[in-house]
Design a protein around this ligand. Sequence first.
Ligand code: BT5
Length: 247
Amino acid sequence: MFKPTILHFDSIDSTNLEAMRRAKAGAPEGLCIVAREQTRGRGRLDRSWESPRDAGLYASLILRPKFAMNAWPLITLAAALAVQDALMKTIALRANIKWPNDLCVNDRKLCGILAETLETSLGPAAVLGIGINLRNTPNVPAEATSVESETGRAPEVGSLLAALLKSVAEKYEFLDSAKGCEQVIREWCAHSSYSAGRRVRVSLGDENFEGTTRGLENDGALRVETTGGRIRVVRAGDVTALRSMKG
Ligand code: BT5
C-alpha cells in the first residue's frame, strides 16, 4: 500500500532535486518533499519553473515502481489525472490535460509535472514533481494562470496537497494492477481534449510539424497524423493547439 509521508521545507532549490538526493540516500517510496518556495524550480529540458513564495504548491514524491520500466512514462499521465481530480474535488475547478505534462484552463498553464528517473542504491527510482499555481504573481509567465485567477480564491495548500496525494496514490496503485496501464491511457484520453482530433503543432527542438492527434501508444506516446495520413509517434516534445479543432 502506497503511504505518503510529507517533509516540509520553508525554502529549497527544487523539491525534485531534494527528493532525488534523498532517494539516492535510500529514502523510501512515498516520501513527499514540499516547499513554500523554490529558488531553482525545474521544468523539462533544463527549463525553469517559477516558484514564488506561497504562490503555488511545489511537491515531489519518491516512487519505486515495481511495474516494467516501459510503463514508467505513464506515471506523468496518471499524475495529470490525479491533479485534475484533486482540483475538481477541492475547488471545483475543471482543468484540461495537455500532453504530456501540463494542466491548463482555457489554454493557460496552471500546473506542470516533471517525472525524473534515477539510479539509487535500492534500484531505479522515479521522482514525481508537481507544481500548481495557486496565486498569480508577476514572476510567472503571462501565458500562465492560477487557481485564484480562475476561481476567485486560492485553496489552502494543505487540503489541496492531501487531496492530491490521495489521488496520486490511487492512480499509482492502479498502474501496478493488471490492465492498469490500459485503463490509465483510456482515462487520460477521456479527460484530455488533446487526445484525438485536435490540430496541433509539435516542436521536437530541431524540428516542428503540424498534424492532428490520434490517441496514445501503449507507453503514453502521442500519435499525430500528418499529411498523407502518416502517423508520427511523439515521445518527447512540446505540443501547441492550433485554432481549428477539426481533424
Ligand atoms: C514543466 O516543465 O511544466 C514541469 C514543471 C514542474 C514543476 C514542479 S514544482 C515541484 C517540482 N520541483 C521542481 O523543481 N519541479 C517540479 P515544462 O513543460 O518544461 O515547462 C516549463 C515552462 O513553463 C517554462 O519554460 C515556462 O515557459 C513555463 N513556466 C515556468 N514557470 C511557470 C509557472 N509557474 N506557471 C506556468 N508556466 C510556467
